[in-house]
Design a protein. Structure first.
Length: 55
């Protein structure tokens, strides 16, 4: 969600046989100051990728 406009910027739907964490990185545009999510999304690799992008 965009902090200023409060509009959803990206969304993804997955079938029941695909874990939603598999598409999580594709939802990050790259210009975010912060990303919030459930603990299931907080892998070490994903955190490292966000840090490398300055998020």
């Amino acid at each position: 969600m965009d902090a200023q406009s409060e509009l959803v910027r990206r969304a993804a739907l997955t079938p029941a046989n695909v874990n939603e964490t598999e598409v999580a990185d594709g939802l990050i545009a790259g210009d975010e100051a912060a990303v919030y999510g459930d603990a299931a999304y907080g892998t070490h690799a994903r955190s490292a990728r966000r840090r490398a992008r300055g998020i």
